[in-house]
Ligand binder design. Structure first.
Ligand code: NAG
Ligand code: NAG
Ligand code: NAG
Ligand code: NAG
Ligand code: NAG
Ligand code: NAG
Ligand code: NAG
Ligand code: NAG
Ligand code: NAG
Ligand code: NAG
Ligand code: NAG
Length: 826
């Protein structure tokens, strides 16, 4: 029994039918590879049709065209972070089908579930088209990943290619038409494989009569109808019952592995067809947006409208107009415009448009109230913006009063860490004290306004700036907003010293970097820069050999003259300060924490949670680049000091790397990437470095959540969650919030006496919720008593329309993986 139980658990964590395995093995294509290749092929076609329409001749090759080259050649985008973000969502939800739908045969076309599988695809397609029309691109991408998975499995799990087909079965995209001559349940389809050789196990009459069949598959029972083919492989219990063996083509070593590449090729072309079907239906511009082919910047303003803010509002309007006018038609033109106004009693509503004219109208109708306020709802407004902007966006918060809603601090931090967005604060409540020096000159000394501490912490967590400046001087500081709308913005270095102390920093500039800007915020400080040739410039020299220094409020903005090689900056101050160096570059990266599993197939799944202090962790790092680079080092670097933890790097191909860290440090860290631009040149000029904007922390807490329900209009769902710690015992505070206000109640405190406790979040989806708007993102944050340790889980709950989609959350998945580990170790 014990063995069976452990086998069952082992199987539970395995993909339903191990379709096109998750991490590539020798010569095999994964679902991610197939989807990526299909997207590139299809976009190449779109590009062709567009360029022939323009009469421009583009020399595009079908194969071997990287996404990066495609986007630069065809769509004139000099960076592809939004494309990579969109692809990651599609890929992740594709992979998750193997986790959420382990036992659902129709998701894999197993066991001759042809009609049900097709219906998932065709109803999914109409759902995607509807979501796109409603502007819900995130939900459309998630469903696209799901149906791509099912569609691709058809070619691996059925005998379509064994029947000699080389073209996709396009009727899988439609409802009400025949998808073939399906073998009925009484028709035998296979014979035993002989000596593990399954090449000819499909009955000749099935081939002759062109009967469509697929392998039976079960993890729990060996029973299948007489004479039927199995999926195959050791974990498929049906494959041990006669006819033994299987027919799947998931990888080259599978039962029908000799047909793996044929099946993968047809699956790729079938995916191209699916994408084309969506494009024809929704039109080019919506389709390209679905694929994340938009310009990379968004303009997102979160503005305090209490009394006293009128000069600030006026300046925000001016900057918005100036950005809109100067970027129109260029690569820097924002793709989205978002506005959230707030005061001491009211937040929002959030206004989101792709139309710059509309945004200007909203801006021009903004006015400051009559009375100032002691405190404002700035964190609620920031949270609202974070839940709406595309991942990795830049947000600007304008305020002159501290937060009234500081209880949202850890929720906002959780959203910052899980979306990797950058939050900048323009704070017009500086403290300025004037003193006379003995020789009569006025000496202005500044200290940071203690009321702004929360804003500074949020800025620091996100890699943003907390600028303190008098309202009258704000126009000299808003350059930083213009800087952030630059496309292809990359961060080279970030650090903070708090308390302040003199320190030296170094960073390397590579040939791909242009328009370098250094930002230093802090008071009473001075600094000296040194370029790779050894030339220096001090902070007192406004226009010097190394660049132009602009000082306003607590900000120094330094436009650096381009020079490749190692730079240095020495900062001297006894007040807290922060340093950030950015540039425009086609080389950038993104990362997520993932949970990995390795036996007997390898895979990983993205987690939206902090890693455990002192534990091991794995990052999925994607290098965004149009040329090949050699990643030599990935490390977690201390924000407040010089601590550093190196990761072990494993390349997955296509710019993806799994980086494992043995012991996650206790300090707040940034992720630093270093490498060589071109693996053939080994000169020092080939070195590059990048650093993440987001600066997360680790935690002694673990928060997991699970539910396999869907959010249908009118439904009530209970989301159980668990908080665990090996740290402080006591009463933990819980805060759970979601995008759409579906949460009705939740366990708001938990007593972690024995290191673990469970709670629930209750959600209710109003019956009048729009058809394509019942998805939501739920954050559950736990705060440890007495310490500032918090952890969270951020999870997506899908909405449903038509075909109910059973979703099983990450939490359950992670706990299954954990059980597997324990079993393997015991
Ligand atoms: C798939 O599509 C590509 C490009 O359209 C074509 O060259 C190739 O022959 C197709 N593959 C099969 C198996 O039909
Ligand atoms: C806050 O904003 C709302 C909506 O704009 C407005 O109705 C309200 O009067 C404002 N409250 C204060 C105190 O300014
Ligand atoms: C908590 O447990 C993790 C692993 O489970 C361990 O690495 C870490 O050191 C523990 N922390 C404490 C404070 O004991
Ligand atoms: C990572 O940590 C988990 C939990 O503490 C442990 O079970 C696992 O063996 C560790 N993995 C590695 C590679 O050290
Ligand atoms: C991290 O790696 C770099 C380069 O690979 C090496 O120079 C450095 O000593 C390592 N640091 C630690 C703490 O292992
Ligand atoms: C990457 O760089 C390292 C260090 O210089 C070198 O050992 C390695 O061979 C390079 N890898 C590739 C693929 O060029
Ligand atoms: C986790 O617990 C250890 C030991 O009690 C402590 O040193 C560390 O600061 C804690 N980590 C966090 C993030 O609070
Ligand atoms: C999820 O919520 C539904 C509806 O409230 C409930 O019936 C179900 O038991 C929950 N699932 C889990 C795994 O707790
Ligand atoms: C969640 O809903 C259930 C059923 O409606 C209710 O019994 C429970 O008290 C709710 N939990 C919380 C924490 O409000
Ligand atoms: C904690 O564990 C002890 C011993 O196992 C048990 O007696 C006690 O009831 C537990 N307390 C809680 C709150 O679960
Ligand atoms: C928690 O953070 C606040 C400010 O963020 C700080 O003042 C306080 O000292 C911290 N408490 C602990 C126990 O670290």
């Amino acid at each position: 029994m014990a063995l069976n139980y452990s086998l069952l658990l082992l199987l539970l964590v395995l993909p339903g039918a191990l379709p096109f395995i998750i991490i590539p093995s020798q010569g095999s294509m994964t679902h991610a590879d197939i989807t990526r290749t299909a997207i590139v092929r299809q976009l190449t076609q779109v590009c062709r049709s567009r360029s022939s329409a323009d009469g421009a001749a583009l020399a595009l090759q079908d194969e071997g065209m990287s996404a990066a080259r495609l986007l630069t050649t065809c769509f004139q985008l000099d960076s592809l972070p939004k494309f990579v973000e969109a692809f990651e969502v599609i890929k992740d939800s594709n992979v998750r089908v193997d986790i959420r739908h382990v036992f659902d045969e129709e998701y894999h076309f197993d066991s001759e579930t042809f009609e049900d599988g097709r219906s998932l695809i065709s109803s999914g397609l109409s759902f995607i088209k509807g979501s796109i029309q409603q502007g819900n691109f995130r939900e459309a991408r998630e469903r696209l990943g799901q149906i791509c998975h099912t569609l691709q499995d058809f070619y691996s799990h059925s005998n379509w290619v064994e029947l000699g087909n080389t073209l996709p079965n396009s009727n899988l995209l439609k409802s009400g038409v025949s998808i073939g001559n399906i073998a009925d349940v009484n028709t035998p389809t296979c014979t035993d494989c002989i000596d593990n050789n399954c090449e000819n196990n499909i009955l000749p009459e099935v081939i002759q009569q062109q009967k469509l069949t697929s392998g039976y598959f079960s993890l729990t029972s060996s029973h299948k109808p007489d004479g039927k083919c199995s999926h195959g492989g050791i974990i498929d219990l049906t494959s041990h019952q006669s006819p033994v063996g299987g027919i799947n083509k998931d990888k080259t070593s599978a039962s029908h592995g000799h047909l793996h590449s044929t099946a993968a090729e047809v699956a790729t072309n079938a995916t191209v067809q699916l994408l084309e079907d969506i494009r024809v239906s929704v039109g080019d511009s919506s389709f390209l947006r679905l694929m994340g082919i938009t310009r990379s910047s968004v303009l997102c303003f979160v503005i305090d409208t209490t009394g006293g803010m009128s000069d600030v509002i006026k300046e925000a309007k001016r900057v918005a107009s100036s950005i809109i006018d100067s970027t129109q038609g260029t690569a820097n033109e924002p793709s989205d415009y978002i506005l959230v106004a707030f005061n001491s009693s009211n937040v929002g509503p959030l206004s989101h448009t792709t139309d710059s004219g509309k945004f200007q109208q909203w801006m021009s109708s903004l006015t400051a109230g009559a009375n100032g306020a002691q405190t404002v709802l700035s964190l609620s407004a920031t949270e609202m913006a974070l839940r709406a902007v595309p991942a990795s966006s830049y947000i600007f918060v304008f305020a002159d009063a501290p937060a009234k809603d500081s209880y949202l601090m850890s929720t906002v931090t959780a959203l910052i860490e899980s979306t990797r967005s950058v939050v900048n604060f323009m704070l017009t409540n500086p403290i300025v004290s004037r003193r006379r020096r003995s020789y009569g000159a006025e000496y202005v000394s500044r200290v940071s306004n203690p009321a702004n501490q929360l804003y500074q912490e949020l800025a620091q967590a996100s890699g943003g700036l907390a600028i303190e400046v008098a309202a009258a001087s704000l126009p000299q500081a808003t350059n930083v907003i213009v800087d952030s709308t630059t496309s292809a913005l990359a961060t080279l270095l970030q650090a903070t010293r708090n308390p302040g102390k003199a320190d030296d920093f170094s960073f390397v500039v590579d040939t791909s970097v242009q328009n370098m800007i250094m930002y230093i915020t802090g008071s009473s400080l001075s600094f000296t820069l040194q370029n790779p040739s050894g030339v220096s410039q001090s902070s007192g020299v406004t226009n010097g050999p190394l660049g132009t220094i602009q000082a306003v409020g607590n900000l120094y903005r330094v436009q650096l003259n381009q020079q490749v090689g190692p730079w240095r900056v020495s900062i001297s101050s006894n007040q807290p300060y922060s340093l950030k160096v950015t540039g425009q570059s086609s080389i950038n990266f993104r990362f997520d924490f993932v949970k990995t599993f390795s036996e007997p197939v390898s895979g990983y799944i993205v987690t939206k949670s902090r890693p455990n202090t002192g534990g091991n962790a794995t990052l999925l790092l994607t290098v965004i680049s149009s040329s090949t680079v050699n990643v030599t080092e990935v490390s977690l670097v201390e924000v407040l000091g010089s601590g550093k933890v190196n990761g072990t790097i494993k390349s997955l191909g296509q710019g993806d790397y799994l980086v494992s860290v043995d012991k996650v440090p206790d300090f707040q860290f940034g992720v630093r990437l270093a490498g060589l631009l071109d693996s053939s040149t080994q000169s020092s000029n080939a070195l590059f470095q990048r650093q993440s904007n987001t600066q997360p922390r680790s935690s002694n807490l673990t928060v997991t959540a699970q539910n396999n329900s869907i959010l249908q209009p009118g439904s009530q769902v209970t989301l159980p969650f668990t908080v665990m710690t090996n740290g402080t015992e006591g009463t933990y505070t819980i805060l759970s919030r979601d995008d759409r206000g579906f949460i009705t109640s939740y366990t708001s405190s938990l007593n972690l006496v024995n290191g673990s406790a469970q709670g629930v979040v209750n959600l209710s989806v109003p019956a009048n919720t729009p058809f394509f708007g019942s998805d939501t993102t739920v954050s559950i944050v736990a705060e440890s008593p007495g310490t500032n340790d918090t952890n969270y889980v951020v999870l997506r709950l899908s909405g449903a329309a038509e075909a109910p989609i059973l979703t099983l959350s990450l939490g359950l998945w992670v706990s299954l993986v954990a059980s597997l580990w324990h079993l393997l170790q015991s």
